[in-house]
Design a protein around this ligand. Structure first.
Ligand code: GDP
Ligand code: MG
Length: 446
């Protein structure tokens, strides 16, 4: 997600080779400035950050280490506003959240993404459609709710204010953890919209109001957020369409500019494409140290403890079959953009770009595997080792692949099973780390 910065920071720091080399520090600061500005970090934020890094590095004694530390501290400061971070719950449930923003900014999609995120944390969520501008908007939210299996509030009312009131009455004593109110936007800010939102806000009295900003809208988006904040008050920002923004600097400076924290980043059209934005964790990623905490949280929402144990058992016994493989692929899909995921693993950040566009839904290889598995008997799926020559021929005919394809897939599967078995044994993880180090030593991209 922030590869340009991560890679840039590392190479800049490497230029400070000797201690007390002021010239090298000046050069590094100059390059740092360039990289920040080039990638759309707001100029005032950039200036302030550079000054801080310079002062702190000099105070601690110029060197690569002190430079990196100063950069880390300054970035953390830049991203922190003192307000709430991530998703916070009200002391008395349900936590009501009002979603606002311009039309097309991604509000409805983001509302569903947030619901999906909360569902992964075992929260009971209700989606309330308060966008009655277009009937299609209600239908869009209804469909998304169905897709992620989250409750949707059906209302017969004809004004968003009434829908909100009705929903509030409905949730009384219903044990919902979170109620998300999706609202209408306009193409530009106008009085009508602001008044409508103000009224809805007064009715809902939300725990927090989230402003959804399209990352492509750049500085204009920030100004609009400012206007929304003046008129109705916002407590958090969610950046959408981060996948289409190749630069990404807006994520580093929007909190600084608004004095309101960035809570989440949406980076794709799918409901799983939402990542929590926590300053310490993001800085860890920016400094090339990955973000294992977010990775663990993300996977915990998708892989249940029981399922993980069952799979681990199967792997250990060498009983991990093709059905298991496909169902695990389905799970991985729920984790969203693969590039983001890999970017969270320390040392693998550089591979994120390559995986950004891997689409598990449309991958030819996975389609082939699916076709192959469909042509297999239940027994074959569970016991890949019985797949002899004649069985392979029959399967190839059945799914329209060549026997050579079948052989290759089975071989890959076999290798992967062996590797998984090895990893699941004691010290397996150490083997993996050793392997990764070797790969890096051989110039594997990082
Ligand atoms: P709303 O008018 O603010 O409710 O916006 P929508 O949620 O309807 O989104 C507008 C368009 O942006 C839709 O086509 C979404 O699929 C798309 N969209 C929303 N979020 C993202 C995102 O993070 N990445 C990408 N690529 N598209 C997005
Ligand atoms: Mg909408």
């Amino acid at each position: 997600m922030f590869d340009v910065f991560t890679d840039g920071f590392r190479s800049i720091a490497n230029k400070i080779r000797f201690s007390d080399d002021e010239k090298a520090l000046d050069k590094a600061l100059d390059e740092l400035k360039k990289i920040l500005l080039k990638n759309d970090v707001y100029h005032k934020a950039t200036k302030e950050l550079i000054t801080q890094v310079q002062t702190q590095t000099k105070a601690k004694g110029i060197g690569k280490q002190s430079f990196m530390e100063a950069l880390q501290d300054s970035l953390t400061k830049l991203l922190s506003t003192g307000g709430n971070q991530g998703f916070t719950f009200s002391s008395k449930p349900p936590t009501n959240i009002l979603m606002v923003g311009l039309q097309g900014s991604g509000k409805t999609t983001t509302t569903a993404k947030l619901a999906n995120y909360l569902k992964g944390k075992n929260k009971k969520v209700l989606l309330v459609p308060c966008d009655l501008q277009r009937m299609a908007a209600v239908e869009q939210l209804r469909q998304l709710a169905k897709q992620i299996e989250v409750e949707f509030f059906e209302s017969s009312k004809t004004s968003p204010q009434e829908v909100a009131k009705e929903a509030l009455a409905y949730v009384q004593n219903k044990l919902y953890d979170v109620v998300l109110f999706d609202t209408a936007g306009r193409l530009a800010i106008d009085e009508g919209l602001m008044n409508e939102l103000k009224e809805i806000k007064e009715i809902v009295k939300p725990h927090e109001t989230f402003y959804v900003a399209d990352s492509l809208s750049g500085q204009e988006g920030v100004r609009n957020a400012e206007l929304f904040n003046q008129k109705i008050g916002i407590d958090g920002v969610i950046l959408s369409k981060f996948d289409s923004d190749s630069k990404g600097g807006i994520a580093l400076s929007i909190a600084y500019q608004l004095g309101i924290s960035l809570r989440f980043i949406g980076s794709g059209e799918k409901v799983a494409d939402l990542d929590i934005f926590l300053p310490e964790r993001v800085v860890s990623r920016l400094m090339g140290a990955g973000d294992i905490a977010s990775l663990a949280e993300k996977t915990a929402g998708v892989f249940s403890e029981k399922e993980t144990k069952d799979i681990a058992k199967k792997i250990k016994k060498g009983k991990f079959g093709f059905e298991d493989f496909l169902s695990q692929i389905e799970n991985v899909k729920k984790l969203g953009n693969l590039g983001n995921l890999v970017g969270m693993i320390p040392g693998l950040g550089g591979m994120a770009g390559a995986l950004k566009n891997v689409d598990l839904d449309n991958s030819v290889e996975i389609k082939n595997i699916r076709a192959m598995v469909n042509s297999m008997t239940k027994k074959e799926r569970e016991n890949p080792e019985i797949l002899n020559g004649s069985r392979r021929k029959r399967i190839a005919l059945g799914c329209g692949l060549e026997v050579a394809d079948i052989n290759r897939i089975i071989k890959q599967f076999d290798n992967a099973s062996k590797m998984a078995k090895k990893l699941s044994s004691k010290g397996g993880m150490q083997d993996l780390m050793g392997m990764m180090q070797q790969m890096r030593g051989r110039g594997f991209p990082r």
